[in-house]
Structures are given as C-alpha cells and as structure tokens.
Design a protein around this ligand. Sequence first.
Ligand SMILES: O=C(O)CCC(=O)C(=O)O
Length: 199
Amino acid sequence: MPQSLAQPGLFESGPRTLIADEEGGVSYWPRFLDDDLAAEWFAVLRDSVAWQAQQRPMYDRIVDVPRLVAGFGLDDADLPSPLAEAAARLRHRLRAPFNSVGLNFYRDGHDSVAPHNDKLHSLVPGQPIALLSLGATRRMAIRAKTPPARSVHIDLEPGSVLVMSHASQLHYLHGIAKTREPVGPRISLAFRVRPAASR
Ligand SMILES: O=C(O)CCC(=O)C(=O)O
C-alpha cells in the first residue's frame, strides 16, 4: 500500500499529483475546460437541472443536506448536453468507462460536504472518480484516515478536474468546509463507474 502526500508544485502545468498510490492516486488537472466553456456549462446546468434539496438522519435528528443535488446515468435520454460532452472528454482523457454523474450545487459559503469517502460497494474497483468543477472556487481538504492523518488542501478552480483513485477512497477522506468568505455558487460534477447492480 505505497502512499505519499506530495506538495503541489507552484509553476507546474498539466496534472499535479497530490497523493500517490498504486492506482494513480489523487491528481489535480487545472484548466481541463477553458474559462468560457466552464462558465457556459455552469449557467446551463444551474438553470436547467431539477436540483433537489435532501434531508438525512444524523444521530437522533433529521438534518438538511447542506447543498442541492442531482444525478444522472450517462445513458439517460434526458442527459443535459454539458454532461454528455464532459463525460466524453473525461472518458477519453482518463480511459475510464464512466457511466454515472452526481451533481452538487453549493449555493454559497454555507453549503458544504462533510469529510467522507465514496461508498466502495457502489464503485467498480480500480476505476477512478473525476470531479469537474464549475463556478466559484472552493477549497477541498483531503485527509488520511490513519495517524498521522496528514492532509492536503486544494482550491478547486472552475474548469478543473480532481481525479481520485478507487484505492484512495480506502485511505483518505475528502470534504469541502463551509466558509465565512464571500463566495459565489459552485457546481461539481462527480463522474463515477458504477457496477450494473447499483446503477
Ligand atoms: O463538490 C465536490 O467537488 C466534492 C463532491 C463529493 O465529494 C461527492 O459528491 O461525493
């Protein structure tokens, strides 16, 4: 289980490795989309997706999920065109047969996602997860689950992609904390390879 945390290089271009592991680790791909296309896809998805507010149990209470969500199978007949185009580009660049996309809409700095790993039973082993960011930049923390629990912080800029290996979900948590800084809305597209039974 070779793993290491790497510091992002200041002047590097192309994908930056944040965490190394035997399946490609966690890497950050700035400017996967150019600014105009990222802005166009943000506006189309913000205005056309049927965003859902969800609730979930926490201890003895029911709480609001602090962001809006949506999801599509990539063969859905009503798949918005930016999602089809993004999936085609990511399949080509990452050589991964993505078949589902989960969407998150962070309305402002009050919205967040708690540290978590993706549910392994609903992912095909060995296949990556790709998070494409649109809209405002938000900071993700990626933290090792075991001591010394080192962490990496990465600003997820519009048009960027964060690629996480399946193996990284065993050993790391990722999350986006609330912020008091004024921040605009952000949409993330989480492309995954689901086994047939969980699609
Ligand atoms: O918004 C993001 O970039 C992270 C989303 C995420 O962690 C998830 O959908 O499981």
